[in-house]
Structure formats: C-alpha cells, structure tokens
Design a protein around this ligand. Structure first.
Ligand code: F6R
Length: 347
C-alpha cells in the first residue's frame, strides 16, 4: 500500500523527505541512492547539503544513480540533468564523481548507452529512490503507455511534459528536448524504498489516480501500488483530490467495558500518515460514541519509540490507557476504498 504523508507546504515536504533520506544515509554510509531532477527534490537536496556542511554526513562511499537525462543537450548545457545534479547537489557534498551515475545521452548509439545503464543497475541495489511525478503520472520519463516491466530506454516526451518543463527553457516549448533516456518502471520498482515528492494542484489528479486509481500503464505511478515500501510526500494541494476517507467502527463492545468513564485516554497510532485525513473523522466518531474520553492522535512516524513499544504495524491501532497503563487495544484494517474498519480488540 502506498503510504501518504500530507504536509503543509513545499518546505515541510522537503523536511520530511530529508528526514527519511538522511536516516538511510546515516545508517548506511555505503548506501546507493536513486535520484531525480526537477523542482520537487531541490528542497530535499538543499537539506542534504546543509546537513553535510553542519553535521558532516559523508557521501564519500555513497553511490548514486539518476533516473534520466535529456537527449539532444550537451552535458554542459545548464538544463542537462548532469548539470542540474552537479549544481543542486553533487558539487556541494563529498560524493566521488566515479560513484555518480547518470544515463548518458551522448554519442551515436543511445541503445548501447541504455544497455550499459541497465547492466550497471543490475549490479546495484538502490536503497532509496527519490521520485517526482509528472502531471500525466510519469515517474522518471516513463510516459503514459510505458509497460510496467520496462527497463532503461529511449523515450519521447509527451506534449504535457514538454509544456510543464518549458519553465526551465525560457518558457519556450521549442527549446525543450523531445526525447530522453530514462530508467524503466521495473528499475524503479527494484529500489528497496521509494519516496515520491509532489506539490501543487497541477499534480493532484495524477497523485489521486496513482494512489486510489486502478493500476494502469496510462499512469506510470500506479505501478508503485505494488511496491512494499513507498511513501508519497505531498503538500495539501497535491493531496487535494484524494477521495475523502470514511470510518466504520465495526466492533466496539470490548471497548465499552474499558471506556466506562472519563479516566481513559485513547491514542490512535498509525504509521501511514496521510491519514491525518482519515484519523480526524475517526476521532470524531469516537468522541460522539464516548463522552468524557479524551482522544489523542499520535503519529508513530514522529514517535518511533511509541511504535516500537506497542509493535505498531501499518494497521491502524487504537490503544486505550487507564492510569498510564495500556488496557486495551484494537486493530483494524483499511479497505480498498480507504475506509478504516476497526475490528477485534486484542487484549
Ligand atoms: C526528473 C524526472 C521527472 C520529474 C517530474 C516532475 O528526473 O524524472 O519524472 O520528477 O517531471 O518534475 P517537477 O519536480 O519539476 O515537477
């Protein structure tokens, strides 16, 4: 299931992305990063640079693989992804140039370049893949229609992508390259962990389809529904077309015996947090059902100790406390349409 983190704005999206990224880098100084270009990860890269400068986090043993590169621009062009990555990240951290990999679109045999990149990826294991998303749902430059089993290939950019990217080329669509080399969807899916960053209403439709739509090749990001560890980090605008989530409390009897009067605190833990949206209506329901009970929302993403203490999983957990002791806990699950169903109490 795609885990959603909804943030206030671009800065908070960048903070959250940096938190996840730096945890990977700090816990494994020899890790391999999958990196993206575009506007979405710039704030993340700024935070990585700041952390490197202030805390000394080293990238000297880190390897990086970029998603894509335009065809038709020399690497020295300021808008080549080679230039972008050096300007926005590599020139400011201690990554070794020999550990940096960006698909090459130079030379006459682009298919050979794709094959070489695939061979390199086959030897690597990307620990964390950073993604943006196109307004047409592309990840990398896997445009609508790209098969989910695709590997690094040459692609034509869709008109919408060319228009979206014209802002980097003096707003002139004629200056935007029409072709690119991109990692395929199966290369992306091979990463251990994926974080997709999206902000702005322009992304809202593609994001909603990717998370709540049927999987289909017309929106490459729907492939991520099958990834075991993927976070979408969204600002409110990008999350705005996600369908409202409902709550159905299926079995509360066991809680009734515990929640007798005002001395109980119920904490709601969830380690997928898009549910800010989902948790709020749930707490409303509970507040209606149980007067005099204080309901406290705790997000385990920000409280890993609590998560570890109660072995919280990606399933919603309702924990009831009395006099500081955990006295009851319910587990639930999220249905396909986003409804949270609370089921048996486990104590
Ligand atoms: C960039 C890439 C693209 C972008 C996407 C969103 O390497 O592969 O998929 O992530 O086009 O771009 P921004 O972030 O500029 O909105």
């Amino acid at each position: 299931m795609i885990k959603v983190i909804t943030c206030k704005d671009y800065e908070e999206v960048s903070d959250k992305a940096a938190e996840i990224m730096l945890e990977v880098v700090k816990s494994n100084p020899q890790c391999t990063l999958g990196l993206a270009t575009g506007s979405s990860p710039i704030g993340l890269y700024k935070r990585m640079i700041k952390d490197h400068q202030e805390n000394g986090t080293s990238y000297s043993e880190v390897k990086t693989y970029n998603l894509d590169e335009y065809v038709g621009l020399p690497i020295t062009h300021p808008e080549s992804y080679y230039s972008f990555m050096h300007r926005n990240l590599f020139d400011h951290i201690d990554v070794k140039e020999e550990n940096v990999h960006i698909p090459s679109s130079q030379g006459d045999d682009l298919q050979a370049n794709c094959d070489a990149y695939n061979a390199a990826l086959a030897q690597a294991q990307i620990d964390i893949q950073v993604l943006g998303i196109g307004s047409d749902g592309h990840i990398g430059f896997n445009e609508p229609g790209t098969p989910f089993d695709s590997v690094t290939h040459i692609t034509y950019l869709k008109e919408s992508t060319i228009k979206d990217n014209a802002r980097f080329f003096d707003d002139d669509i004629n200056k935007v390259p029409t072709q690119a080399i991109t990692m395929g969807i199966s290369n992306v899916m091979a990463a251990k962990k994926v974080i997709l960053l999206a902000t702005g209403t322009n992304k809202a439709k593609a994001v909603a389809e990717a998370i709540q739509g049927e999987q289909n090749v017309e929106n490459a990001a729907t492939a991520l529904q099958d990834h075991p560890d993927v976070y979408f980090i969204l600002d409110e605008a990008a999350a705005s077309l996600l369908k409202p989530q409902g709550v159905e409390i299926v079995n509360t009897e066991k809680f009734d015996s515990v929640i007798a009067n005002g001395s109980v605190i119920v904490d709601f833990y969830a380690d997928w947090c898009g549910p800010c949206k989902m948790i709020a209506p749930m707490l409303d329901e509970l507040a209606k059902a149980y007067e005099n009970v204080r309901f406290v929302k705790v997000n385990v993403d920000h409280d890993p100790d609590v998560a570890a203490r109660f072995e919280v999983t990606s399933i919603p957990n309702l924990c009831c406390f009395k006099d500081g002791q955990l006295v009851n806990r319910a587990v639930g699950y999220q249905t396909k349409d986003g409804l949270i169903r609370l089921i048996e109490s486990t104590m």
